[in-house]
Design a binder for this molecule. Structure first.
Ligand SMILES: *Cc1c(COP(=O)(O)O)cnc(C)c1O
Length: 518
């Protein structure tokens, strides 16, 4: 038997391996993929298993033995080689892209200091950074007169509670917001449980599915979510909301909250927050603004009008890991009345949130649902200090400028047609076959079922070509039952020439693939 005094490292880590892995990440950080590089070196699942079989294998044996550092490093290389290069200027696939290099390193710094944001004791600087960043975001949203924080505003007897919290993503933030909404309306439910009263949440048909998932988790049932029709732009119709609230009363149900979306997922539509806020005030409903995507318009003096009225909301979720290029995840949930956070979430675990501990009122852990919480604020704080308000505004304006360029290129080209209106940084469109181009100014308006079905099958065929050749990545989704592409801009590395190149690639694949789909 070994004596305990003998020094033994239970998991010896090779210096060579750690340096090698750090080098891989560092090289990628400093030399990101560009123009002609593939967006993805695509491999099928079978090819990926075969690739990893040459180093350490993808799966684990029942008694997995350690592998030598060189083999693990080779596996890490395969991982990087075959992953999607989301920093690539032709990755326009999703509502995250082009992570800010400062944020990437900020994430590593958070990791090397590995702690939880739950208490001041474990995260003194991160806690103050959270207070500062949340105050600044709350100021931009109009919840607070000024963004300033200092020792007296965050600590001591007259300190203010931070106006929100960082959450592991926008869906989770919406869940927390709806919990706050129910707690304001029915404070007894937290302890006693629901009594069967039907509480109703309103969101537009273009709103995010996290509303339904949250309603299910809260025990309200996903049927508690009532969808409100939108106008041509994809924004909620306030009059339809009026009708839905009235119908809810007729059914004997209780309206609880409205979710206004600022930047819908497909067309980046902004619901009219001011008009929705009028209804919420009139009926005493919680107003939650889902600004996961479009909240970042607030950074730009020219774009922030899209969120007019957000200062009247009760809660506002803002994903900085989308447009602003923070690494995933970085989501702030802002609340207009932060004094509700404690009563809604606290259970007062006395082993962690000892009230007699130094500066314990700074502990955020009992004002949210999570226990361990990543210090996502660190990367945002560093990036904001580095770029300033102006740099953040430029990022947003660059993205909108590219979308405007894409919109006019699509309007001008006979090979493409816009599919419905699209807004802000998003552009929804389809390729048009040559035989439809000349005859009709609006060929999409009069398609036969067979033509619609053929065009519907084209986008996935084009997407497969993009993936297998690594030329670009652009997402598609059905619009009124027919697939259309969505370009979405946020990566500052994207240039006008990349937009043109991606459109040219789609045009070429369209010509190749269309005949086979007849
Ligand atoms: C992305 C998004 C969400 C969900 O946010 P996650 O961080 O992915 O959970 C919710 N609403 C809208 C409008 C979004 O764009």
């Amino acid at each position: 038997m070994r004596e305990m005094s003998e020094p033994v490292d239970p998991t010896p880590t090779s210096d060579e391996l750690v340096r090698g892995l750090a080098g891989l990440a560092r090289d990628h950080l400093l030399d990101p993929p560009a123009g002609a590089d593939p967006v993805i070196d695509f491999a099928s699942p079978a090819e990926l298993f075969a690739t990893f079989d040459r180093s350490v294998g993808l799966g684990f044996a029942a008694d997995a033995a350690p592998h030598p550092p060189g083999a693990v490093l080779a596996a890490a290389r395969s991982l990087m080689d075959h992953s999607v290069q989301t920093r690539h200027p032709r990755f326009l696939n999703q509502n995250f892209a082009g992570p800010d290099p400062v944020s990437i390193v900020g994430d590593w710094i958070g990791a090397v200091l590995n702690t939880t944001g739950a208490t001041f004791e474990a995260a003194p600087v991160f806690t103050l950074q959270e207070a500062a960043v949340l105050a600044k975001l709350a100021h931009l949203a109009g919840y607070r007169a000024g963004p300033e924080v200092d020792a007296a505003t965050v600590d001591g007897p007259t300190a203010q509670i931070a106006p929100g919290m960082f959450c592991p993503g926008g869906s989770t933030a919406t869940l927390y917001a709806l919990q706050l909404a129910r707690h304001r309306l029915r404070p007894a439910v937290n302890q006693a449980g629901a009594d069967g009263e039907k509480l109703v949440i309103f969101v537009s048909t273009a709103g995010h599915y996290s509303a339904k998932k949250s309603a299910a988790l809260l025990g309200l049932g996903s049927d508690a979510v009532v969808e409100i029709i939108t106008d041509r732009d994809g924004a909620m119709r306030p009059k339809a909301l009026d009708r839905a609230i009235a119908e809810c009363h007729v059914r004997g149900e209780t309206p609880m909250a409205v979710i206004a979306t600022a930047g819908t997922t497909v067309t980046a539509a902004f619901d009219p927050i001011d008009e929705i806020a009028d209804r919420c005030e009139q009926h005493g409903l919680w107003l939650h603004v889902d600004g996961c995507y479009g909240g970042s318009a607030l950074f730009s003096p020219g774009e922030r009008h899209r969120l007019a009225g957000v200062e009247r909301s009760d809660s506002f979720v803002w994903n900085l890991h989308k447009m602003m290029g923070m690494t995933q995840q970085c989501s702030a949930l802002l609340v207009r009345d932060p004094s509700q956070l404690g009563p809604c979430f606290a259970v007062g675990a006395d082993y962690l949130f000892q009230p007699d501990k130094a500066h314990s009122t700074l502990d955020s852990g009992d004002r949210t649902f999570q226990c361990a919480r990543r210090v996502d604020v660190a990367k945002l704080w560093l990036a904001w200090k580095a770029h300033g308000d102006e740099g953040f505004a430029r990022r947003v304006e660059h993205a909108v400028g590219l979308a405007d360029h894409a919109r006019s290129a699509i309007e001008r080209s006979p090979a493409f047609a816009p599919v419905g209106p699209s807004n802000f940084t998003n552009v929804v469109f389809t390729w048009l076959p040559p035989e439809w181009r000349a005859a009709n100014a609006d060929p999409l308006s009069a398609l036969s079922d067979a033509d619609r079905s053929r065009l519907h099958r084209l986008a996935p065929a084009i997407k497969r070509r993009m993936q297998s050749e690594g030329t670009a990545m652009v997402g598609f989704q059905p619009i009124d039952g027919m697939n259309a592409f969505r370009l979405i801009f946020m990566n500052p590395a994207v240039e006008v020439s990349d937009v043109d190149a991606v459109l040219a690639v789609i045009e070429r694949y369209g010509e190749d693939e269309w005949p086979a789909l007849a």
